[in-house]
Design a protein around this ligand. Structure first.
Ligand SMILES: Cc1cc2nc3c(=O)[nH]c(=O)nc-3n(C[C@H](O)[C@H](O)[C@H](O)COP(=O)(O)O)c2cc1C
Length: 198
């Protein structure tokens, strides 16, 4: 399978980085073709310019490549920390610029954007790996776990990816090396289950 992995975290020594690398290595070892993007390390520009908003806009080559990879992905893995209940800006900008009309969704004929979009992504399954410093129960009760709705409904659901498997690893700041080692194993198992070896 073609698997697209996106990492949104600025620190190469972060647990998020370790998660993304462990998943990348496991899926590659299983025979998948993996496209791996450490968006910070690549200097991805998250600012959507005005002239890129129209569906028919000409796109810079790097954004075109990201769109092509998204359209070619049979499976998608997203890795990022919870920052204010949202993805870090670099990943939010990837959504803004790459998950575009005509690439990830479209509107029905005669619909100017007020109707219900039709998802275009061929990927059947996406895995979202998050980290946070808030215990799960407090995240749900105090904040409503906004990342769950963002990925499952606002982004992947809208774009036609029905099977979205999400796991949040917490509380990272209080975790032991042994706990983090088990979390890495859990993340790999989750991804291997979502994307069986070819
Ligand atoms: C800008 C910023 C915002 C954050 N906002 C939240 C938050 O809203 N909820 C939360 O549980 N943790 C929050 N955190 C903590 C991160 O989620 C935590 O540091 C990260 O998940 C740990 O993983 P890492 O070691 O890979 O960075 C925030 C951290 C930063 C730097």
């Amino acid at each position: 399978m073609n698997i697209l992995i996106l990492l949104g975290h600025p620190a190469p020594n972060s647990f998020n980085h370790a998660l993304a690398v462990a998943v990348r290595d496991a899926l590659q070892a299983d025979g998948h073709r993996v496209s791996f993007h450490d968006l910070h390390a690549e200097g991805f520009d998250p600012l959507l310019p005005a002239d890129e908003i129209p569906q028919a806009a000409g796109l810079p080559p790097d954004i075109r490549r990201h769109c092509d990879e998204l359209k070619a992905a049979d499976g998608i893995v997203i890795v990022h920390p919870n920052w204010w209940g949202q993805p870090p800006a670099v990943l939010k900008g990837w959504i803004d610029r790459v998950v575009r009309p005509g690439v990830a969704y479209r509107f029905e004929e005669g619909d100017n954007g007020e109707g219900v979009p039709v998802g275009l992504l061929p990927a059947r399954t996406a895995v979202v790996l998050n980290t946070s410093n808030t215990p799960g129960e407090r995240e749900r009760e105090a904040f409503g776990d906004p990342l769950d709705a963002i990925w499952k409904r606002c982004v992947f659901g809208l774009c036609g990816v029905r099977d979205v498997r999400r796991r949040t690893f917490n509380v990272v700041v209080a975790s032991t090396p042994e706990q983090r080692r088990r979390w890495l194993e859990d993340a790999v198992a989750l991804c291997r289950n979502a994307f069986p070896a070819t």
